[in-house]
Design a protein around this ligand. Structure first.
Ligand code: ADP
Ligand code: MG
Length: 292
């Protein structure tokens, strides 16, 4: 590749809101066989809403939501914001918490008004020794609707199942169709529930789903997908996407995402619109054609 063709290519990319932090990425992007995308904040808006709240017998929704929102007010996870927002909408005042603890990829715990509160994924409840059996049917229904089921336990008893749903970005289905038209495989990588991830994947035409990935498991996922499908591009926005962005042959960060993701990436997409990924690959192909 000539320096001139790279300059023309990166210049054209910049006009499209695609920043190549490395000229080499413009050349290697065309060789990619699979594009793997983080779900939350990349395929979806990253702003979930609380959609369902089902309490176990003997618990009141208002009481449980008050305790759960208090714990979540200490967390920065998008799920936490959705729950705090729902409590606010209902006019529930925020209680104060003690001994807050977050377990990344699992959930959060704290003491609220003398009561022990745990909120998180089914694997968090299992880890703490609580059974989620009574909510299995509800959880399945919610997951099939593309919602993420969470559980709340109070003083060691399962108190509620809570669902949040994160809207898919309007441009996502089109971007996936365009990647398929370029002959690429498309994968989703997420820490979310496996059934939820599969339901969303089905809606938007994703080929491969890797779900319930722990925060430090994304690098291994990138390696496994590369073994199976060849050169890999990874697209993400979060702190826990940074190692996967670095591990991938090409890392593409969403410019509205976290600084650490941007710093770990080869390419930065100025907007969250995933058609930027398609444009970046198309430009790579066009640049190479001009050279030969
Ligand atoms: P993702 O970014 O894909 O959601 P995370 O590793 O951040 O992945 O979280 C994985 C799962 O852990 C979430 O889907 C949720 O079930 C649970 N979890 C994490 N943080 C919280 C929280 N603050 N409140 C409730 N559940 C949480
Ligand atoms: Mg994300």
């Amino acid at each position: 590749a000539t320096p001139t063709s790279i300059m023309v290519g990166t210049g054209r990319a910049a006009e499209l809101g695609i920043l190549f932090r490395q000229g080499e990425a413009l050349q290697s992007l065309k060789e990619v066989g699979i594009v793997a995308l983080d779900k939350t904040g990349t395929l979806t808006k990253g702003r979930p809403d609380l959609t369902d709240f089902v309490v176990a017998p003997g618990f009141s929704e208002t009481d449980v939501l008050k305790l759960v929102a208090a714990v979540e007010s200490r967390s920065e996870h998008p799920i936490a914001e959705a729950i705090v927002e729902a409590a606010k909408r209902k006019g529930i005042p925020l209680a104060t918490t003690e001994s807050f603890d977050a377990v990344p990829g699992f959930g959060v715990s704290a003491t609220v008004e003398g009561r022990k509160v745990d909120v998180g994924a089914d694997r968090f409840m299992t880890k703490l020794g609580y059974s989620v059996a009574e909510f299995v049917t509800t959880a399945e229904r919610l997951a099939l609707e593309g919602k993420s089921p969470l559980y709340a336990a109070i003083d060691g008893r399962l108190a509620a199942i809570i669902a949040v749903a994160d809207p898919i970005k309007p441009s996502t289905p089109q971007a996936i169709a365009a990647l398929h038209a370029l002959g690429l495989k498309v994968a989703m990588v997420t820490g979310d529930n496996s059934k939820t991830a599969k339901a969303i994947a089905r809606q938007i035409g994703i080929d491969e789903v890797v779900a319930e990935v722990l925060p430090d498991g994304k690098v291994d996922t990138v390696k496994r997908l590369r073994d199976k499908f060849g050169k890999i591009a990874f697209v993400g926005d979060g702190i826990n996407d940074a190692p996967a962005l670095a591990e991938a042959d090409i890392g593409l960060a969403i410019g509205t995402g976290t600084d650490i993701a941007i710093e770990s990436a080869d390419v930065v997409l100025m907007s969250g619109d995933l058609r930027g990924v398609v444009n970046a690959i198309a430009l790579s192909k066009a640049t190479i054609r001009n050279i030969r």
